[in-house]
Write a protein that binds this ligand. Sequence first.
Ligand SMILES: *Cc1c(COP(=O)(O)O)cnc(C)c1O
Length: 377
Amino acid sequence: MTSTGSTRAEIVVDLGAIRHNVRRLRELVGPGVAMMTVVKADGYGHGMVEAARAARQGGADWLGVATLDEALDLRAAGDTGPVLCWLAVPGEDYALAVAAGIDVTAYTVEELDEIAACGPSARVQLKVDTGLSRGGAVRADWDDVFGHAARLEQAGRLDVTGIWSHFVASDEPDHPANDAQEAAFREAVALAEKMGMRPELRHLANSAAAVLRPSARFNLVRCGIASYGLDPAPGHTPDLGLVPAMTLRARLAMSKPISAGDGVSYGHTWVADRDTTVGLVPAGYADGIPRAASNIATVWSAGRLRPIRGRVCMDQFVIDLDGDLPPAGTEVVLFGPGDRGEPTAQDWADALDTITYEIVTRVGGRLVTTHVDEEQS
Ligand SMILES: *Cc1c(COP(=O)(O)O)cnc(C)c1O
């Protein structure tokens, strides 16, 4: 995309923060538990290749992605380490992934056959559904799927390298599904072993479970959100010293006075109750700023929090500067680590009744992403 060199609005990603967070999570889970950093969805909006590199530097043994294409993009960028992907549809080209030494996931007998057809070096992890009712083999199919996998493995047609599942509510540590799922997963592992498989990896925990549920760590944890410094279980997580890696910022396009009674932005959903000043922020819903943030979210500029006034538009929105007139070009921080008093992605998520995952993955559009690397203490 053409860039005139001025930073109208940008996503700044601190790779040092990702490296630090992965290190912290590794220390927390301790030796004997491998660390998978999940870098799907463009590294949760942080840039997949750059995030992956920082994660490897921080000690990620594995990288996790959803799609085969994401896994192949990691290889094309030069990553040669262990990678797992877990979301394919029939007819996808497993051969490319197998040739690239990527672990793929199977839910069904049919998938196992498709994968086995790609050559004897195929590395497959079996996913079991322990209650999420999303991907994975349901309990009634475990005998068939495991039996088929064991036969293919004994025939030298593939390697079963792992067995895994995914939590329903690991961010709610008291949710009854957690115990039930962990028990079901233990049964699945025992059944796989009874059928003659010795999958090297057994894994169930995402970030929240890795932090809050030591019994669910098995020998690998899959950490996404916490690797980016965001709280995996708001209200439950102890202070881990994680550092949010993403800052979203812009430069004021204009600031100006308006009078009491003046309406702001489309539909005049906000009308000034006093003479005030407003600033124009050149980023909008086409850049992933939620339109639902209209009149709700707050940004930081010229030393203070500043509320969004009126509707967020496609390319721009207006903030209340409360009498201040910072010049055009002044920095506006929509969210960041919070250390200068700016809102965090968690503040935006709370204001918008969503989760930080959605906030950081949705921003993009015309925003430029700049990677920096600050050493974290
Ligand atoms: C996205 C994802 C993760 C990472 O979850 P976080 O809550 O971000 O740590 C782990 N496992 C699977 C299967 C996922 O899809």
